[in-house]
Design a protein around this ligand. Structure first.
Ligand code: NAI
Length: 271
């Protein structure tokens, strides 16, 4: 079901950029943030018609105008697109408070069969994209004295998986990026000397979803999916909203003392 606005409007006035923000887990994240009052720039890779549909539904649902929920086309594997995306958001809304690096792809092959291009493409989208965007957004966050960066990694980054060397490497690469950014952001903010130590500050965290029912799972044969579900202690797939709820918390001022952490949302698949 389409999530409605919550009574809690604690993200009112905040500006969020969500990559891959118009479908699957990213759409649930965009809705969750918009529902809490944030202005949301939902980035998408290519399907403009579909992105517009999503944005129209959000605006109807939240009674939001075009200024509060918008769609932005950008390829996150392109450093130039990432810089343009962040500067578009800052130009349009005057700030950037929340960056959710959610866009991701899989190109599965065993290591023995994996083409260099398939290795590289998955690294470019899933790991380099989050780096380019965080690099572009960090300056504004330091300037503002606050910010939230959330990386959508994967349980596969923690466990590895047959046929997913590229994806697992990129997703666990996000842990190192998250922890380093968490330290650098805090350091840079402290250096400004204007920081309130009990204020919202800048935090950087990673979320590792388990198997969540989205289009990403559509190419997995039913038999294989059944076997996967059989390994999940809670005995079912996750829902995009269950990931979005955690991201919403990590985007809030209330999570100010939580940084550099990896958060599992996996039904107990990895403990
Ligand atoms: P999805 O395939 O529905 O969404 C992926 C999104 O990434 C799409 O909106 C797509 O437009 C965007 N994207 C892909 N390449 C892009 C590029 N070059 N530039 C900009 N955007 C691009 O998949 P889903 O399931 O919603 O995945 C979202 C994130 O969650 C991904 O990072 C995925 O790796 C991660 N994840 C998903 C799990 C699942 O079971 N569905 C489990 C663990 C992590």
């Amino acid at each position: 079901p389409f999530v409605t606005a919550t009574a809690d409007q604690s993200l009112k006035g905040r500006v969020a950029l969500v990559t891959g923000g118009t479908r699957g887990i990213g759409a649930a994240i965009s809705r969750g943030l918009a529902g809490a009052g944030a202005t949301v720039a939902a980035a998408y890779a290519g399907n403009t018609g579909r992105a517009r549909d999503f944005v129209d539904r959000c605006r109807t649902e939240f009674g939001a105008d075009a200024e509060r929920v918008g769609a932005h086309q950008a390829d996150v594997s392109s450093p130039a697109d990432c810089r343009r995306l962040v500067s578009d958001v800052v130009e349009r809304h005057g700030r950037i408070d929340i960056l959710v690096n959610n866009a991701g792809i899989t190109i599965d092959r065993t290591v023995a069969r994996m083409a260099e291009a398939d290795w590289q493409q998955v690294l470019d989208v899933n790991l380099s994209g989050p780096f380019y965007l965080a690099q572009a957004a960090l300056g504004a966050m330091v300037e503002q004295g606050s910010g939230r960066i959330v990386m959508i990694s994967s349980v596969i980054g923690e466990t590895g998986n047959i046929g997913q060397a590229n994806y697992a490497a990129a997703k666990s690469g996000l842990f190192g990026l998250t922890k380093t950014l968490a330290r650098e952001a805090a350091f840079q903010l402290a250096k400004t000397g204007r920081q309130d130590p009990y204020g919202p500050g800048i935090t950087v965290n990673a979320v590792t979803p388990g198997f969540i029912a989205t289009e990403m799972l559509e190419h997995i044969p039913a038999k294989v999916l059944d076997r996967i579900v059989g390994q999940v202690p809670l005995g079912r797939l996750g829902r995009p909203e269950e990931v979005a709820r955690l991201v919403r918390f990590l985007a809030d001022d209330a999570s100010a003392y939580i940084t550099g952490q990896v958060w599992g949302v996996n039904g107990g698949l990895d403990m």
